[in-house]
Design a protein around this ligand. Structure first.
Ligand SMILES: NC(=O)c1ccc[n+]([C@@H]2O[C@H](COP(=O)([O-])OP(=O)(O)OC[C@H]3O[C@@H](n4cnc5c(N)ncnc54)[C@H](O)[C@@H]3O)[C@@H](O)[C@H]2O)c1
Length: 466
């Protein structure tokens, strides 16, 4: 079999021509009449201004001053004319005090449990709810009743019943609830959506969407850390991937009709522990030197995912202490976890449009990959760059604007999406107009239901109707 035949059998020629090097492109064009790709053209989109530009700051109470609560509060440090943090609730006294100090929050507006904060009269225009997944429902229901608008972390709640109750409560009290589906606000996805809406690709026929988690991130978050048990938090299809289902629904812009899913926990199970592995990596594990999931390697040597430790500095002795005393030092094969480490779902949307989704722990990187097949063109992207191929003209156009280099975007994760969401939320609260948001509670519940149905399908071995 010659090289061309081999590549044909692999099926890489049609989509891979530009990736495989010029020699292969030329061969492919000759053999399969694949159009020559014209010189690059840039797709330019206007980068949104990050400041909400309000004349009076929206006042906000942060409920849950952990990783996400701090991310959203950082917006107020950068744009104090548009947002002011006036209250905080967190059970962790260090996090609470740190937030209070940074934002000059008066003592009477500092709380431990969210119940204490929400048993008082309304003290701000809005609340940010960034507590763990199973602690969104209660504070959100109460905050809406008190008349707060809410920036609500995803997933909305662990059950469909609670999600629908929050939706009902938002309508009942006529309040704004923005769900933190931050990808909808990232300039990369906004540009992608604009190209789709321009009609250049024709009708969308199918999407392949891949969410690579990254092996160390999987171990950190879904084996050792905050979300190891689907029953205590939410199944990984919601805890990690509700963003992705939401993006698919948003890009296709049609309701999802059916979903079928498969997946399991392949690796991080007690029976896979290598012989002699102790409870913790720090207990002299004989496999430490070669285990890719070694806590010593991930946290101490590579200094990854240290945000969860609240350390004053990245001192190896302080990190080692955390590995000896918290779940983050445990052997990944002995963590009482049940989240799937690989998950696939097949969806059918209105008009027969299909999508396949794949989430995987076993990857070296963690950025989303998306391929969109249209009747007139094809798009392939990796969350920093996407390329549009036009079938008729053979032209290729690239969107590759460097979001990370824009100074006012610094400190906003998810390709700028974190703070652009806050910006739109503040504008919506200020104008009391939820139409200024892309991720209202109504549309967010729809994509959450897709996640609940995916999990039902995986467990029951049945295709589910949405
Ligand atoms: N939108 C996104 O892209 C994204 C990314 C990561 C996490 N999340 C979600 O954000 C939420 C928070 O995640 P995180 O990574 O910030 O977690 P975290 O553990 O860093 O923060 C949660 C905070 O809530 C506090 N808390 C717990 N119980 C409380 C209570 N009863 N009253 C007051 N405070 C309480 C904890 O002390 C902690 O500081 C989760 O629901 C998570 O799934 C969303």
């Amino acid at each position: 079999m010659d090289r061309l035949e081999f590549l044909k059998r692999l099926g890489v020629l049609t989509v891979g021509a530009s990736l495989m090097g010029s020699g292969v492109s030329a061969m492919a064009a000759e053999a399969e009449d694949i159009p020559e790709i014209a010189a690059d053209k840039k797709i330019k989109t206007k980068m949104p201004v990050m400041d909400a530009g309000l004349s009076k700051p929206v006042t906000v109470m942060i409920i849950g001053a952990g990783g996400r609560g701090r991310t959203y509060a950082r917006y107020a440090e950068k744009f104090p004319q548009s947002m002011k943090v006036v209250g905080v609730a967190d059970l962790n006294p260090n996090r609470r005090k740190a937030m209070a100090k940074k934002h000059n929050i008066p003592a009477e507006n500092q709380f431990g449990h969210f119940n204490d904060a929400l048993s008082k009269a309304k003290l701000a225009d809005a609340v940010v709810i960034a507590t763990p997944d199973n602690l969104h429902y209660e504070p959100c229901m109460k905050a809406l009743e008190l008349g707060y608008d809410v920036l609500l972390e995803k997933p909305v709640a662990p059950t469909e019943r609670e999600c629908r109750a929050i939706l009902k409560q938002a309508h009942k009290y006529n309040r704004i609830v923005a769900v933190c589906h931050v990808l909808r606000y990232a300039p990369y996805f906004v540009a992608l959506k604009q190209v789709l809406e321009s009609g250049a690709i024709g009708d969308i026929v199918n999407i392949q969407h891949f969410e690579p988690i990254r092996y160390a991130h999987m171990a950190h978050s879904y084996v050792r850390g905050n979300w190891p048990l689907s029953t205590k938090t939410t199944p990984i299809i919601l805890a990690k991937s509700c963003h992705d289902l939401d993006i698919l629904r948003w890009l296709i812009d049609k309701p999802c009709e059916t979903i079928a899913a498969e997946g399991s926990l392949h690796l991080f199970r007690p029976e896979n522990a290598p012989k002699g592995a102790p409870e913790r990596c720090t207990d002299g594990c004989p496999h430490e030197a070669e285990c890719p999931y070694s806590a010593i390697d991930i946290y101490e040597r590579r200094k990854q995912h240290l945000g969860a430790f609240d350390l004053p500095r990245k001192d190896p002795a302080l990190i080692r202490e955390k590995l000896k005393t918290t779940n983050y030092g445990r052997c990944v094969f002995r963590c009482e976890n049940d989240q799937c480490d690989h998950y696939v779902a097949i969806m059918k949307f209105q008009d027969g449009v299909t999508a396949s989704f794949s989430m995987d722990a076993f990857t070296p990187w963690g950025v989303l990959r998306t391929r969109i097949m249209g009747t007139k063109g094809f798009i392939e992207g990796d969350m920093t760059t996407f390329t549009f191929y036009d079938f008729r003209t053979s032209h290729k156009s690239v969107w590759d604007q460097k979001v990370s280099e824009i100074p006012e975007y610094k400190g906003s994760g998810h390709g700028g999406g974190d703070h652009l969401l806050v910006r739109d939320f503040l504008r919506a609260v200020s104008a009391q107009d939820e139409k200024l948001l892309s991720s209202t509670i109504d549309v967010s519940i729809e994509s959450h239901v897709m996640g609940f149905m995916a999990e039902k399908s995986r467990k029951s071995n049945k295709k589910m109707k949405i």
